[in-house]
Design a protein around this ligand. Structure first.
Ligand code: NAD
Ligand code: MG
Length: 388
């Protein structure tokens, strides 16, 4: 018996994760089919993807950009839909098997949410949804019978490490971090970092927001929070180790001292394919480790003084409630301001800390309340920038 290919909706198809997902699909057309693709601004690229992959739907989420664009080259068998609401429509389409959530930032929440409400498998790159509303998102998974499979390489590694034992026998998980481009910078050097330097990551080629997050190590902070909700594991059982080669993508340590690690060259196509094909494994277009070449694997303790974002990650993973929404929004606003040359590199984390400290904590917020706080925290960062 032959199974028909799984139909995949890719939210954020023109981005770095979107492109890698399409490479995975190209490598296994008998297993995967691009069914719906969304994009915000790169509309020319979206049309090119439509010509190559012939999806059933393409979605242009920014209505202003979409109205100004010439769509005459969209293939006749692909339907164009415009606006954010269309994302909800395509993810809940009964034909869709898996939704790849790869829109960057808070903008990825609605599509992820609608997919979980429709009980779909979500291959999750958009960690910000779990940072913002992880507790509620996991409740949605349970309520509607969907699932979240991580695309984030660290969480994919942990997910794989957890297959080796029982949940109650896990002592801790240890997320690896490349340390980013400024691993060896002094505090004084960090003060002078430019946008161009921060956008130049040593081991991963990613979109601009996550590249800045990696440089401040806020990415690892967000990943601590992501792990806390995704694996339902307390913050005091989540550690971080700096591993500059990005070969080991994370560890799971069991109570007997055994440590499970997942290794591969840094290439997102591997965790993406695993999330799409789980529980099966298939040959993948990702590059393989070559053990005939000498390789060294180094580990360092992260420096909380130079990278205080990690303390924020720990704190938010511990406190939960409204803290994730505030940290996520403050960081997003601060990163955008840094990319606009309005604040300096170290200000990103300082402004995020100020927003977190100024907010009124609530332990059991609704999604509406979290989204209000998202707006509040962005304003708070604007005020911080105006006054400091
Ligand atoms: P990117 O900037 O390359 O792509 C972002 C995508 O989102 C684009 O398709 C863009 O059109 C779309 N988009 C942007 N703003 C939007 C909006 N307001 N509404 C709708 N769509 C919008 O980003 P990326 O590096 O692919 O990262 C995407 C997500 O994956 C992020 O949450 C990131 O943290 C996560 N992630 C990325 C990597 C990586 O290697 N790039 C690794 C792990 C996790
Ligand atoms: Mg990661």
């Amino acid at each position: 018996m032959t199974n028909s290919p799984k139909k995949i909706a890719i939210l954020g198809a023109t981005g770095s994760i979107g492109q890698s997902t399409l490479e995975v699909i190209s490598g296994s057309p008998e297993h995967f089919q691009a069914y719906a693709l969304t994009a915000h601004h790169s509309l020319g690229k979206l049309v090119e993807l439509a010509k190559t992959f012939r999806p059933r739907y393409i979605v242009a989420t920014d209505p202003i950009a979409a109205k100004a664009f010439d769509w005459s080259e969209v293939p006749a068998d692909t339907e164009l839909i415009i606006g954010h609401e269309a994302v909800k429509q395509v993810v809940s389409d009964s034909e869709v098997d898996t939704v790849v959530s790869a829109i960057v930032g808070r903008a990825g929440l609605e599509g992820t949410w609608a997919a979980l409400e429709a009980g779909k498998r979500v291959a999750l790159a958009n960690k910000e949804t779990l940072v913002l509303a992880g507790s509620l998102a996991m409740q949605l998974v349970n309520k509607h019978g969907g699932e979240i499979l991580p695309i984030d390489s660290e969480h994919s590694a942990v997910f794989q490490g957890l297959e080796a034992g029982r949940k109650q026998d896990v002592a801790r998980i240890i997320l690896t971090a490349s340390g980013g481009p400024f691993r060896n910078h002094t505090l004084n050097q960090l003060k002078e970092v430019t946008v161009e330097q921060a956008l130049d990551h040593p081991t991963w080629d990613m979109g601009p927001k996550i590249t800045i997050d990696s440089a401040t190590m806020m990415n690892k902070a967000l990943e601590i929070i992501e792990a806390r909700w995704l694996f339902d594991i307390p913050a005091n059982q989540i550690d971080v180790v700096v591993h500059p080669q990005s070969i080991i993508h994370s560890f799971v340590e069991y109570i007997d001292g055994s440590v499970m690690a997942q290794l591969s060259p840094p290439d997102m196509k591997l965790p993406i394919q695993y999330a799409l094909s789980y529980p099966e494994r298939r040959p993948s277009p990702a590059s393989k480790l070559d053990f005939t070449q000498s390789m060294s694997l180094e580990f360092e303790t992260p420096d909380m003084e130079r990278f205080p974002a990690l303390l924020l990650g720990k704190e938010v993973a511990e406190r939960g409630g409204t803290t994730g929404a505030v940290l996520n929004a403050a960081n997003e606003a601060a990163v955008a301001s840094f990319l606009d040359n309005k604040i300096r590199f170290l200000d990103i984390v300082t402004a995020s800390r100020a927003a977190l400290d100024n907010h009124n904590f609530e332990s059991n917020p609704t999604l509406d309340r979290l989204l209000e706080l998202d707006v509040w925290a962005r304003r708070e960062v604007s005020q911080w920038i105006a006054c400091c």
